[in-house]
Design a protein around this ligand. Structure first.
Ligand code: V0V
Length: 144
């Protein structure tokens, strides 16, 4: 069900400062920004190189009780999640549930740029918060 790496998510305290750091020091390009109220994050997507590969997602807390705020309080800024592209997030989530993994949501939630997302609990995935991303423009082909 996992098609490719979609993005790697990094928790940051200050989004604007982090975007500048990645653009100036690492040469990445910010290609998208939004606030996700449900998740309590301000986020930015950064393209690497020719932009065809996985992106870097910078995640800053939008409120103090959010998942990102809690992560930074506990672990400091740094790698927070690894996200895979899937064709159908419900099909992928069901397959992982059937293999005994806990998915965080019963039904998908809204992710970046109109995508549909769910997560595997990090305790069921070797200490990694695994995100499933069905992009808004996902094409459902027979056999996907
Ligand atoms: C917590 N733990 C992690 C972790 N967060 N381990 C690896 N990576 C992480 N990111 C560990 C933590 O150290 C504890 O380990 C253990 O999990 C138990 O955590 P818990 O008390 O059950 O849960 P919390 O309250 O720490 O929350 C963790 C979860 C939470 C994953 C449940 O962060 C969550 O709901 N995340 C999903 C939503 C999210 O991350 N949203 C922000 C991105 P010990 O100490 O017990 O060993 S939004 C996004 O990605 C968007 C919009 C997008 O991509 O489009």
């Amino acid at each position: 069900e996992l098609l490719r790496i979609d993005h790697v998510g990094i928790a940051v305290a200050d989004l604007d400062e982090a975007i500048r750091f990645y653009e100036v020091n690492l040469g990445l390009r910010c290609v998208h920004q939004e606030t996700n109220d449900e998740q309590g994050v301000r986020e930015a997507m950064l393209a690497v190189g020719d932009g065809t590969g996985p992106r870097i997602q910078l995640l800053a807390p939008a409120r103090p009780d959010s998942a990102i705020a809690k992560f930074i309080d506990r672990s400091g800024p740094g790698l927070q999640q690894l996200a895979y592209t899937v064709a159908d997030v419900e099909v992928a989530a069901d397959a992982l549930r059937a293999r005994g993994m806990r998915l965080l949501y019963d039904a998908p939630k809204r992710g970046t740029a109109g995508s549909r997302i769910n997560f595997v609990h990090p305790k069921d995935a070797g200490g990694v918060l695994v995100e499933l991303v069905e992009p808004a423009d996902a094409v459902h082909l027979p056999g996907d």
